[in-house]
Design a protein around this ligand. Sequence first.
Ligand SMILES: Nc1ncnc2c1ncn2[C@@H]1O[C@H](COP(=O)(O)OP(=O)(O)O)[C@@H](O)[C@H]1O
Ligand SMILES: [Mg+2]
Length: 244
Amino acid sequence: MATDLHRAVTVQGLTRSFDGRPVVDGLDLTLRAGQFTALLGHSGCGKSTLLRILAGLDREISGTVLVPRRRAVAFQAPRLMPWKKVWRNVLLGLPGKPGRAVAEKALDEVGLGHRSGAWPKTLSGGEAQRASLARALVRDPDLLLLDEPFGALDALTRLKAQRLVAELWQRRGCTVLLVTHDVDEALLLADRALVMRDGVIAYDTAVDLDRPRSPGDPALAGLRTRLLAELGVTEGEFAESATA
Ligand SMILES: Nc1ncnc2c1ncn2[C@@H]1O[C@H](COP(=O)(O)OP(=O)(O)O)[C@@H](O)[C@H]1O
Ligand SMILES: [Mg+2]
């Protein structure tokens, strides 16, 4: 699927400013259909801003943005409505009146079918994040946008969630853009890694390794060092932040 040359996303000369300050500043980007891309960059460099634009949530832009009509986004915080049961949260905002079975199919896909009738506050952090993922999947997206979806999870839950996203992507074949601050997560999951800096894609590399991958595969050591350098962190600092 990653060899399909069809473009899913085309961005040209994209600019978005806040209070006169450009956060996205003449950015160009194309994503191939079916490709899994990780977007790295310092906190505050504009990753979420770019994702919100691709999701169609922010239209105060200049430049060209071509995206598939069917797209969905999941954020770091699951954003579930506490007064709606899990299955109703999954269907939130969907056109028509889809039935509970539609929600449960998506919940099954993330291993959460048995929690369909639960209240959000009774879910664990990992379960809530999976519910949020189900809410994205129920839209049957051609483009799945993920904004640090594992950032708040503990290490083990995070590993499971990463594996789940890899499975979903392989099964569905949709285009994925994953924002992460974790170089190792990018190398574990993505076909391609981007580093955003000064409002543009400052570094763009293929991640050429067969799957399934294991975290910290030595074949990716060189690329890991390069990405950390692009982010301006040394390996020692990164290890500290990973264990903090
Ligand atoms: N709605 C907004 N109003 C004003 N400034 C914003 C708004 N959204 C984002 N910004 C600013 O844009 C910059 C990039 O933010 P963001 O895209 O959230 O960064 P990242 O996701 O890479 O951490 C930050 O300086 C942030 O303060
Ligand atoms: Mg962000």
